[in-house]
Write a protein that binds this ligand. Structure first.
Ligand code: NAD
Length: 262
């Protein structure tokens, strides 16, 4: 049990997958939550009230598009006005596009870099002054195994994820004496909509059943043969906010079933 009551966590891309699981895990420890991400209005409203009722915390939603710096600034300022500070910043929003370099559309490159990398610069830039004032902060950048190693057809994603690992290190160095830690979480495969698209594409390309495609995709990279669950990443995020993790900063931490040990 890590008591996060009185803290506010802003999780980008928390209307789905890993971000939603991290928001749930932090709310379960008492943190107020700023949700962000796209989705159906009714589903987001259900998530928002469900979290608030289940955990007795305050939950707000801001639909800022993480590819737009002005929208990010507005979201960060609104969160600070409402809660005094964003104490826990989770940079999680992300997209994927796969193609060989010579076929990779420049517009998709720009979008992946903006959402998966530059957005974390903008949120961190706006969050740090209040964290420094309070003398406490946790920045969790959801990178990927692809922040540490590469795969074919993922030039923009791998560049963005390696970039966010670098951003994490600089953030950690610049805040090392301010009670703030910054770490990159590097998951292997997690079965979320982002990965389901890749499983579906593999099944279609190689005429495989859904189960065979899933097994092939995961087994190819993860010695465990089993994916990481969103809940495991949520629990890891809670640990990184706990007093036991106070001296962990500037680290790129794999949670990948052995993917990057190879
Ligand atoms: P997901 O598709 O389930 O969720 C992505 C979230 O980001 C959604 O809430 C979506 O609305 C939001 N989002 C997308 N574009 C946005 C934008 N422009 N502005 C605001 N929000 C936006 O994907 P996921 O698998 O949960 O991925 C979350 C993060 O984890 C990503 O950064 C991804 O790269 C990373 N990751 C995922 C895996 C995996 O196997 N699923 C592995 C390693 C890292």
């Amino acid at each position: 049990m890590t008591d996060l009551s009185g803290k506010t966590a802003l999780v980008t891309g928390s209307t789905s997958g890993i971000g939603e699981a991290i928001a749930r895990a932090l709310a379960a420890q008492g943190a107020d939550i700023v949700l962000n991400g796209f989705g159906e209005e009714a589903a987001i409203a259900r998530l928002k009230t469900g979290l608030a009722e289940e955990h007795g915390v305050k939950v707000v939603y801001d639909g800022a598009d993480m590819s737009r710096p002005a929208a990010i600034e507005t979201m960060m300022k609104k969160a600070e006005a409402e809660f005094g500070a964003v104490d826990i910043l989770v940079n999680n929003a992300g997209i994927q596009h796969t193609a060989n370099l010579e076929d990779f559309p420049a517009e998709r490159w720009d979008a992946v870099i903006a959402i998966n990398l530059s957005s974390a610069f903008h949120t961190t830039h706006h969050a740090l002054p209040a964290m420094k004032r309070r003398g406490w902060g946790r920045i969790l950048n959801v990178a990927s195994a692809h922040g540490l190693v590469a795969s074919v057809q993922k030039s923009a994603y791998v560049a963005a994820k390696h970039g966010i690992v670098g951003l994490t290190k600089v953030t950690a160095l610049e805040t090392a004496r301010d009670g703030i830690t910054a770490n990159a979480i590097c998951p292997g495969w997690v079965l979320t909509p982002l990965v389901q698209k890749q499983i579906d594409a593999l099944a279609e390309r190689e005429s495989l059943t859904a189960a065979a495609a899933r097994e092939k995709l995961i087994g190819e990279k993860m010695p465990s043969g089993e994916p990481v669950t969103p809940e495991q990443i949520g629990a890891f995020a809670v640990f990184l906010c706990s007093p036991a993790a106070e001296r962990i900063t500037g680290a790129a931490l794999p949670i990948d079933g052995g993917w990057t040990a190879q």
